[in-house]
Write a protein that binds this ligand. Structure first.
Ligand code: ATP
Length: 216
């Protein structure tokens, strides 16, 4: 279980705290969804969980133990909102091989099949892929690392409906093997995906139930 307790995040460059007394508990088994308006602090929340930033107050625990930012960088795989800005490889194959001394081609084929990219050319530049394919590639890179926590920042933003649907179909099986957290400003795109939903507002997460609609 991942637990965030009384988290406050107030970077010096921000006039007010972005997150203020936030509590959140996430468990394996179903994708978790945090929805919020643009600017509500969703990406900041992921940065904290992923260890790219540290809270000013509060604790982030994994399996009951307090974590450092460095430990969380190891535990988490973060798929950014605009993955194309973070590609390093000159080709799809190079992107997948970064950080792996030996990576058998069967493993590459398996992970590409897992994210629905079976058969794509490994020689092409990641930038040549469509938006939906780039997100899948970024996801494949993280799956190869095999982190116990997977964080997806706005995975459906800018994708058309058919591509969104394909991407959503990936999420449920993934969440059975690892803790999966999605943040989004368009929760309606994830309808029916999960009962584990929160709304991020005024620096805190409010748990949503079936009967309380999301106004994000
Ligand atoms: N390091 C920082 N210093 C100052 N302000 C920041 C910093 N990081 C984020 N902010 C501000 O905090 C607010 C929350 O930002 P954040 O990117 O976390 O929101 P978001 O919900 O992910 O927004 P979006 O959906 O538009 O990406 C914004 O107003 C942003 O400008």
């Amino acid at each position: 279980m991942l637990e965030l307790e009384a988290i406050t995040y107030h970077p010096a460059s921000s006039e007010k705290a972005i997150l203020a007394g936030l509590n959140l508990q996430l468990q394996l088994g179903e994708p978790a969804l945090v929805a919020g308006r643009s600017g509500s602090g969703k990406s900041s929340l992921l940065d904290l969980i992923a260890g790219l930033a540290s809270p000013d107050a509060g604790e982030i625990r994994w399996e009951g133990r307090a974590t450092t930012a460095r430990q969380r960088r190891w535990l988490c795989g973060l798929v950014f909102q605009f993955p194309e800005r973070h590609f390093l490889g000159l080709s799809v194959a190079q992107e997948l091989r970064i950080g792996h001394r030996r990576l058998p081609s069967e493993k590459i084929e398996a992970v590409l099949a897992q994210v629905g990219l079976a058969g794509i050319s490994l020689q092409q530049a990641p930038e040549q892929l469509s938006g939906g394919q780039q997100r899948r590639l970024a996801l494949a890179v993280q799956l190869l690392r095999d982190p116990p926590i997977l964080l997806l920042d706005e995975p459906t933003a800018g994708l058309d409906w058919s591509v969104r649907h394909n991407l959503l179909e990936l999420l449920v099986p993934l969440s059975r093997e690892r803790l999966l957290l999605v943040v989004t400003h368009e929760p309606e795109a994830f309808e029916g995906l999960s009962q584990h939903q929160w709304h991020l507002e005024h620096g805190r997460c409010l748990r949503l139930t079936d009967s309380s609609p999301i106004h994000a």
